[in-house]
Design a protein around this ligand. Structure first.
Ligand code: ADP
Ligand code: MG
Length: 699
């Protein structure tokens, strides 16, 4: 859809415009007028003839033509009626400021649905309801009651919280940050974040899309499209909690470890979205992305007039994984020829406390020309001779002359640097009040660049036996059985290329010892009951049984003890299983997120997973790289690789297991959660074994 009449309306009607100062209907009209809007404004109010010198219309029809944009500031219950009028006159774009819809409960929700229905039938698009409005600085549109029109710039902002947008406006105006669009999306009854992000990705003015979201309407579509859009423009989002995916009793480890926040994190990672922790951080990033080129690499040069901040910046560079640029010999020579003898000619370049604007200028130009430098950070402290204003002007000028490499500044101080800060911000130089803020921003930009240049995602498909899985899954669903037992879960896994230990069920001690005899010693005995999910917890797993007698004794003991511990459990017998050779136990798992689909998990397995919670997540389907990255993302990765002479395990086989599992849960959306715990892995070349598996289905 086109957002042209939202973003660039030739005429705007405000239904519910008011003469009374302080009322929203007055504030919006007055904001439109004082913004200097050049199009036609039609206040609509049947009680009065004129507001703020503008002719007032009793209703929309009396205007005589269809305004491009209609803003509704009327009581909720009359919104449907006015929507019918919009439909009649042919307006296609409506912003509903009015509250009292979905957010107030059932009745409000019904009212909202009615409004959306009228809109859909008439081909009208709605922003809101329950929102603060819409601001487009370049077109002098301030159809909001949020505050003064900010400067025009490259940052688009969309916010699910109206009040927050008002705060953002205030911060932005105080810090000279310019916007392309500011949109309060309210209840998202019709237009949602994805519609807007798509529109903004095509908007020439918008260089970076920033936003505050509490939830995402359609997670699946969002991930797919945001991934494409992130390749065009960076997306910076603050995502607050609030949407618990409906607390359900998770029966798998993965289910209990994966909260809805984990799914959001993975979704953002997959789509290249840069997640911000605070408004401040978001603007730290936004001003750089909007106004500076991406650094070609990670090598940072620092120019400073004081030692302390230089060291702080160096520490921050180290901490964030950036590199301190090693200046070219030619650069050092050039600097040495002009800077005073006491100056430090190596990175961080210390131009000394008495540096005037000219010395900064020279150092900056010289360093920007150095082929070993990807980004420059200029630090300034207001000392006796410092020329903050002139230095800022010089930096802005040089940034125009040499626009290829990004420049960042950190003018430390308050009133003494205020004028300089204003000049920098207006001159599109990202300016920070801490070295850490500046350096983190450079790091985030390099990460984004790396994300953009990564190879296309290719998901490998393994040859599998889908029919076999279909049979088992369908049979369970037909009978309303949610939990798939260990043997059938393993059958499913085998169909997808996993190896599981051999074994069968015994109902008597003699049967158990016969099976053991056939399998060969040692064996493992496991209690067999649909009611016992965690077998070890009730003494239901006995490993390393070396003789017929040991098997019989273990059987008898389990049958004696477990019914006492679990009197309600239906005990069907024991599983006699071959014992796998020693290896490391890891867990491979999946939890299906209601918004984003299957979320894969990897971690150190066995009982460790519950205690250490050292796990990593990624949305399925996984590529080989993503699977490997999941391993790298855990602290225990080093142990798997092998430490201090201990032999490592076959890392690639674990990654392959994750990919196979990812294929299974992608092809079978009926599987809600599952884990393989433990997945026992041995040295390179050995075959990992899925020792225990659990799976629940949507029935
Ligand atoms: P549960 O998780 O229900 O307690 P498991 O089948 O995972 O039961 O067994 C618990 C632990 O016993 C495993 O983590 C593993 O260390 C060990 N174990 C179970 N089966 C085997 C086997 N076949 N070979 C080797 N060790 C096993
Ligand atoms: Mg287990």
């Amino acid at each position: 859809m086109s957002f042209e009449s939202f973003f660039n309306p030739k005429s705007v009607a405000i239904v519910g415009a008011s003469r009374q100062k302080g009322k929203v209907g007055y504030e919006i009209l007055s904001n439109m007028i004082s913004a200097g809007y050049k199009g036609k404004i039609y206040p609509v109010n049947s009680q009065t003839n004129e507001i703020e010198g503008l002719k007032c219309y009793p209703n929309l029809e009396s205007i005589g033509s269809a305004p491009d944009l209609v803003i509704l500031v009327i009581p909720a219950k009359v919104v449907p009626e006015i929507m019918h009028q919009c439909a009649k006159i042919g307006t296609k774009s409506v912003v509903i400021i009015t509250a009292g819809f979905k957010e107030v409960g059932k009745e409000g929700k019904a009212l909202e649905e009615k409004v959306v229905q009228i809109a859909r039938e008439a081909g009208i698009r709605i922003i809101g309801p329950n929102c603060l409005g819409l601001i487009v600085p370049s077109n002098k549109v301030n159809a909001s009651f949020g505050g003064d029109l900010p400067a025009a710039g490259g940052v688009a902002y969309l916010s699910q919280s109206g009040a927050l947008l008002a705060a953002i406006l205030d911060i932005a105006n105080a810090n000279f940050i310019g916007f392309s669009k500011l949109i309060s999306i309210g209840n998202k009854a019709d237009v949602d974040e994805l519609d807007l992000i798509k529109a903004l990705s095509k908007d020439k003015e918008t260089k970076v899309i920033a936003g505050y979201l509490e939830n995402i309407t359609d997670g699946d579509a969002f991930v797919r499209q945001a991934e494409q859009i992130s390749n065009i423009k960076p997306i910076l989002l603050i995502k607050s909690g609030g949407t618990s995916a409906g607390a359900k009793a998770a029966s798998s480890h993965t289910g209990s470890l994966a909260g809805s926040e984990t799914a959001y994190e993975s979704a953002f990672e997959r789509s290249g979205i840069i997640r911000c922790e605070s408004i401040k951080q978001q603007f730290d990033y936004a001003q750089a992305f909007a106004n500076q080129p991406l650094p070609a690499g990670t090598r940072v040069a620092v120019i400073t007039n004081a030692g302390g901040p230089g060291i702080m910046a160096a520490d921050a560079v180290e901490r964030t994984g950036l590199t301190f640029a090693k200046l070219d010999e030619g650069t050092v020579k050039k600097l040495g020829a002009v800077l005073p003898p006491a100056a430090n000619l190596y990175n961080p370049i210390d131009v000394l406390g008495d540096a005037l604007a000219e010395r900064y200028s020279f150092a900056l130009t010289t360093v920007l020309d150095d082929p070993n430098v990807d980004a420059v950070l200029i630090l300034l402290t207001p000392q006796a001779m410092t020329e903050a204003k002139a230095t800022a002007e010089a930096i802005v000028k040089i940034s125009h002359e040499k626009p290829q490499k990004p420049i960042f500044t950190c003018f430390l101080g308050a009133s003494k640097v205020a004028e300089g800060v204003r000049i920098l911000r207006e001159g599109k130089i990202p300016q920070y009040d801490s070295t850490g803020g500046a350096v983190t921003t450079i790091m985030v930009m390099t990460e984004y660049k790396r994300w953009k240049s990564k190879p296309k995602r290719i998901v490998k498909l393994f040859p599998v036996n889908r029919r076999r899985v279909e049979n088992i899954v369908e049979r369970h669903i037909r009978h309303g059985i949610r939990e798939v037992g260990e043997t059938e879960a393993k059958e499913i896994l085998e169909a997808y290329g996993f190896v599981t230990p051999k074994g069968s069920i015994a109902t008597t001690a003699d049967q158990a010892s016969n099976i053991a005899e056939q399998l060969g010693f040692p064996v493992v005995l496991k209690i067999w009951s649909p009611d016992i999910l965690h077998k070890s917890d009730v003494g239901g797993v006995k490993v390393g049984l070396k003789s017929e007698q040991e098997v019989k004794d273990a059987f008898d003991l389990m049958m004696y003890r477990i019914p006492k511990k679990k009197p309600d459990a239906d005990i069907l017998g024991v599983l006699v299983q071959e014992m796998c050779s020693r290896g490391k136990e890891v867990i491979l798992g999946m939890n299906r997120d209601p918004h984003f689909g299957p979320l894969m998990m990897f971690g150190m397995g066995g009982i460790m997973v519950e205690v250490l919670k050292d796990v990593s997540f990624h949305l399925a389907p996984l590529t080989a790289n993503e699977a490997r990255q999941m391993l790298l993302d855990t602290k225990t990765y080093k142990i798997l690789k092998g430490v201090r002479g201990q032999e490592g395990v076959d890392i690639d086989k674990i990654a392959e297991g994750l990919q196979r599992l990812s294929q299974l849960v992608t092809e079978f959306p009926q599987i809600l959660e599952m884990d393989i715990n433990p997945y026992v892995v041995g040295p390179v070349g050995s075959t990992p074994i899925a020792v225990d598996a659990r799976m629940s289905l949507e029935v």
